[in-house]
Unconditional design. Sequence first.
Length: 427
Amino acid sequence: MGILERQILMRMFDAAVAAAQPAVCLPPHLPPAPIGRTIVVGAGKGSAEMARVLEQHWCGDLEGLVVTRYGFSVACDRIRVVEAAHPVPDAASEAAAWEILRLVEGLTPDDLVIVLLCGGGSALLSAPAGALTLDDKIAVNQALLASGAPISVMNTIRKHLSAIKGGRLAAAAYPAQIVTLAISDIPGDDPALIASGPSVPDPTTAEDALRLIADFSVSDKVRDHLTHPIAETPKAADACFQNCKTRLIATPHQSLEAAAEIAKQAGYVVEYLGDDVEGEAVDVARIHADLARKAKPGTVLLSGGELTVTLRGSGRGGPNSEYMLALAHHLNAAPNIYAPNIYAMACDTDGIDGSEHNAGAYIDPTTLDRAAQRHLQADEYLKNNDAFSYFDALGDLVITGATQTNVNDFRAILIVKNIGKGKYKNP
């Protein structure tokens, strides 16, 4: 049961990912070659593939380095690719950041720096500012990740603890020309938040970061750093941004549009819930479950953005898997409420849901029945933040491997016209 619906959902996800592939979106945005040198630097889960595509389409000399997540590397001829940890930085993240800063030293106005950015760049570029150490940065990252804080909060804090983020890469490369090519994984597509904006002006302040970090358990050393002038980031009026251009080459909206075309071809009416949805995964799932029950048969509810999980348990699973488990649970909110015609899929477009190896998960009208047969209680797995184990036992994890791009979450809920035999039952 549900083979066709699962195929439709998978084709929608594949279309969303394909629309954001560097081979599709990067070549039209390449700048002309400069009189001087061309240096390519970058960070993110798709940065290696972006570098490879750039090499294939670039006429002239170039050199550089990009850093990507372990397992996301691809072979390049002239641009060096290194791997580092994500979502918590490691020594390789720090070494790559310092090397990138060295690469852009001593350039002239005749030189060009091409900055390739994609989701994941914040953790992958980890050069501690001032007297801070990598261990300090790791502790802050872990606290932020466990808290369920939105990406805007996380990256505002990260920028003011970094020697490369928040426009500091642009300051280091001045007076060279800088062209930033970014694949957006940020709700709202703010370039200052993509990989924490290493090559764009920072509209936030160290005071903002200090105010935000008050809600988290961090060391006095980190708080003290934010009170010093060294914590402040370059601003739009600074000279280092006079020769800077930023181009968003792929966005969540474009990917959702590509997915919508697949749904329309399958005969569905698409209702957009937004490409910038944020919030706790279980809370958003509750809202979407209510919308799905009220939607007309033959509708697809399509959304993107970035959900978060506040860790309370010791289980495994990222925000997309937790959203799917909560959605299945809320669709069966009471004994007289069933969802016999609802199928859904939620995945991270980079192929990695949180820190696990799955992109996300899938549910259909048999999910809770099949789980009950294996003595799996959805509410207990939610309490333990263990959606991965739940869907792994059912064979309903979506596993794609590294997709070489990242336009954040993809969520689609199908409300089919023809109701099958299966239905949700209270386990």
